[in-house]
Ligand binder design. Structure first.
Ligand SMILES: *Cc1c(COP(=O)(O)O)cnc(C)c1O
Length: 324
C-alpha cells in the first residue's frame, strides 16, 4: 500500500511549488471579525493558479515523475478542479495529459481543460466506469494515473496552503477546512500538527453528505450515495484510504454546513471582500459564522478553497428567492 505522507513531505512539496504556485494572500475583514468576535484569517486559494488549491497537489505529484513517466504523460478523471489542475501542471512541465470527463460535464469546464492543452476524453457516466477507462489508458498508452485526493504527493501538495497560512499568521487556535475526499484537510492537518500543535483542525462537509463525520463516528470509511448539494467539489461518496487515517489522528471534529449557509457565505465574500468564492469554497467560512459562540477571542484560520463558478450560476445563486 502506498505510504501515508508526513509533514516532511509537505515541506518538500513547498520547495517544489516555489516559483510555480502562487503564495496566495490572506485576507482579513473587520466586519467578519466583529460578527464572530474573533480574529479570522482567510487563505484565498480562490486566487491560486487555475482558481483552486488543487494546483498544489497536482503540480507536486507531476513534478516528481521519472523521465519515462514524463514522456508517457498523465491521466486523470475529474469534472472539476482536479482536471484543470492536472492539465495546467502537465502543460507547465511539458508532458501530455488526458482528462477523462463525463459527457454531460459543463461545456465551460471541458473548454477550460482543453484550453490548458489537455486531451479530453468524454465518457457516459451512466453506462461506463471512469476508473476502468483511466486504468486502460494508463496501460495502453503508458500514462500515469493521478487521483484527486488519495495519493501521498497530492495530499502533501495540498498541505502547503495551511503551511503558508501558519507561517504567515500562526499560531492559530482553530483552522477550518472544507472536506471532499479529504486531501486538503489531511495535508492541512499535517501542517497544523507540526507547526501549531494546539490548533484545533475542523473539517466542514455539506449537510447533504456527511460521510466523513459518519466515518469518524464508526471508525470505518462509510460510503454514501452522491450527495445533492451546490458544493460540487465535496460531492464525494467516500473518504480516501490514505486521507482517513490522517483525519482520524489529527482532526478535532467534522461539522456541516447547509446550502443556504454556503450562499450566504458567497454573498458575504462578494459584497464585503470583493471576492468570488465557489460554493464548496465557502464551507469553512459558513461553519465559522455558525460556531461564533465557540470561537470568541480566538485566532481562526479558514481556507477558501476555490473560486471556479460560471457567472450565470453565481448570479442565480445570489438572487434572493422569489416570494410566493
Ligand atoms: C476538490 C475541492 C475540495 C475538496 O477537496 P478534497 O481534497 O477532495 O477534500 C474543496 N473545495 C474545492 C474548491 C475543491 O476543488
Amino acid at each position: 500500500m502506498a505510504q501515508i505522507p508526513s509533514f516532511a513531505d509537505v515541506e518538500a512539496a513547498a520547495q517544489r511549488l516555489r516559483g510555480h504556485a502562487h503564495r496566495t494572500p490572506v485576507m482579513r475583514s473587520r466586519m467578519l471579525d466583529a460578527e464572530v468576535g474573533a480574529q479570522i484569517f482567510l487563505k484565498c486559494e480562490n486566487l491560486q493558479r487555475m482558481g483552486a488549491f488543487k494546483f498544489r497537489g497536482a503540480f507536486n505529484a507531476l513534478s516528481q515523475f521519472t523521465p519515462a513517466q514524463r514522456s508517457g504523460g498523465v491521466v486523470a478523471f475529474s469534472s472539476g478542479n482536479h482536471a484543470q489542475a492536472v492539465a495546467l501542471s502537465a502543460r507547465m512541465l511539458g508532458m501530455p495529459a488526458v482528462i477523462v470527463m463525463p459527457q454531460d460535464a459543463p461545456a465551460s469546464k471541458i473548454e477550460a481543460t482543453r484550453g490548458y492543452g489537455a486531451e479530453v476524453l468524454l465518457y457516459d457516466r451512466y453506462t461506463e466506469d471512469r476508473e476502468a477507462i483511466g486504468q486502460r489508458l494508463a496501460q495502453e498508452r503508458g500514462m500515469t494515473l493521478i487521483p484527486p485526493f488519495d495519493h501521498a504527493d497530492v495530499i502533501a501538495g495540498q498541505g502547503t496552503a495551511a503551511l503558508e497560512l501558519l507561517q504567515d499568521h500562526g499560531p492559530l487556535d482553530a483552522l477550518f477546512v472544507c472536506v471532499g475526499g479529504g486531501g486538503l484537510i489531511a495535508g492541512s492537518a499535517l501542517s497544523a500538527h507540526a507547526l501549531a500543535p494546539q490548533c484545533r483542525v475542523y473539517g466542514v462537509e455539506p449537510e447533504a453528505g456527511n460521510d466523513v463525520q459518519q466515518s469518524l463516528a464508526s471508525g470505518e470509511r462509510v460510503q454514501i450515495p452522491v450527495p445533492v448539494t451546490i458544493a460540487d467539489g465535496a460531492q464525494t461518496q467516500q473518504v480516501g484510504r490514505l486521507t482517513f487515517p490522517i483525519i482520524q489522528r489529527h482532526v478535532h471534529a467534522i461539522v456541516t454546513a447547509s446550502d443556504a449557509q454556503l450562499v450566504e457565505g458567497m454573498r458575504f465574500m462578494a459584497a464585503y471582500l470583493k471576492l468570488v468564492v465557489e460554493p464548496t469554497g465557502c464551507l469553512g467560512l459558513a461553519a465559522v459564522r455558525a460556531m461564533a459562540s465557540q470561537l470568541r477571542g480566538q485566532r481562526v484560520g479558514v481556507i477558501l478553497s476555490g473560486g471556479n463558478i460560471d457567472m450565470p450560476r453565481f448570479c442565480a445563486l445570489l438572487q434572493p428567492a422569489e416570494k410566493p
